[in-house]
Design a protein around this ligand. Structure first.
Ligand code: B1M
Length: 213
């Protein structure tokens, strides 16, 4: 069994090139993709999340670790799909209508991917109808919305209403986040969960799906 410590370290240190090179060489030497993900990369991202929660890591460290994870995953994704690996769930994510802030949303999307989720990123300025359409087309079981402006927060409520009207509200767990969002607001609009950070969003998504099963 290959020593996976350098891959774990590369992700913890946010070294995208080292992570990518390690995976490339490991695959060329005949390594199976799944253990690389499950035994090194996902635990490394879990550790990144833990360090973030105890203020050892901050947003810049999250961003570079997520980028390293992404660059290694790009090599692995087609192989995992070909081997029929089941994603943890399928998430449709976007920044709500009227809002163009995407740094936090991108971080959440990358961390969710790192956590084994299949992520459909709709980008920014996403209308309630676009969320509904994506849920139907992609068969998502999680909708994750981000808002950074107090003026765009109501679009989260609008999206939940649109999901209800389209008859798909029960199919999905709705998770919300972004600087002005609070647990109180999430409760008021009928969301299933709220997180104030990206690693927390991954734990929340896992918890919500486990509760649904
Ligand atoms: Co704007 N902006 N901005 N801005 N901007 C804020 C948000 C603001 C607080 C600045 C301020 O006034 N102090 C303010 C909002 C005030 C308010 O609504 N009360 C503001 C404003 C007013 C505006 C404009 C209106 C300015 C103007 O044009 N007059 C305009 C609006 C444009 C629009 O969206 N329609 C605007 C524009 C911009 C830029 C384009 C210049 C740029 C965005 C670039 C980009 O995103 N590509 C920008 C930026 C960079 C900011 C600040 C400085 C930083 C935001 C950021 O990226 N934070 C911001 C001030 C601030 O927040 N300190 C500000 C880092 C990021 C990692 O954190 O996004 O909070 P965050 O994400 C976190 C968590 O919130 C959580 O996890 C992430 C990682 O831990 N999270 C989720 C986020 N989404 C989640 C979803 C989940 C779960 C967790 O789902 C489950």
């Amino acid at each position: 069994m290959q020593d996976l410590k350098p891959l774990r370290e590369a992700i913890l240190n946010g070294d995208a090139k080292a992570a990518h090179d390690f995976v490339e060489k490991a695959l060329a030497a005949g390594a199976e993709p799944l253990p690389l993900v499950h035994d090194a990369m996902v635990p490394a991202m879990d550790e990144v999340g833990r360090r973030f929660e105890c203020n050892e890591y901050f947003v810049p460290e999250l961003l570079i670790s997520a980028r390293a994870m992404k660059s290694a995953l790009e090599l692995l994704r087609p192989l995992l799909i070909a081997r029929g690996a089941q994603p943890a769930g399928r998430v449709v994510i976007g920044t709500v209508k009227g809002d163009l802030h995407d740094i936090g949303k991108n971080l959440v999307a990358a961390m969710l991917e790192g956590g084994g989720f299949d992520v459909v990123d709709l980008g920014v300025n996403v209308s309630p109808d676009q969320f509904v359409k994506a849920v139907k087309e992609k068969g998502a079981n999680i909708v994750a919305m981000s808002a950074l402006l107090t003026t765009t927060m109501p679009s989260m409520k609008g999206t939940i209403e649109a999901l209800k009207q389209a008859g798909v509200r029960e199919q999905v767990k709705v998770l919300v986040g972004g600087a002005p969002i609070t647990q109180k607001y999430a409760d008021e609009i009928g969301a299933d969960g709220y997180s104030d950070n990206a690693p927390g969003a991954v734990s929340l998504a896992k918890k919500q799906l486990a509760a649904k099963a």
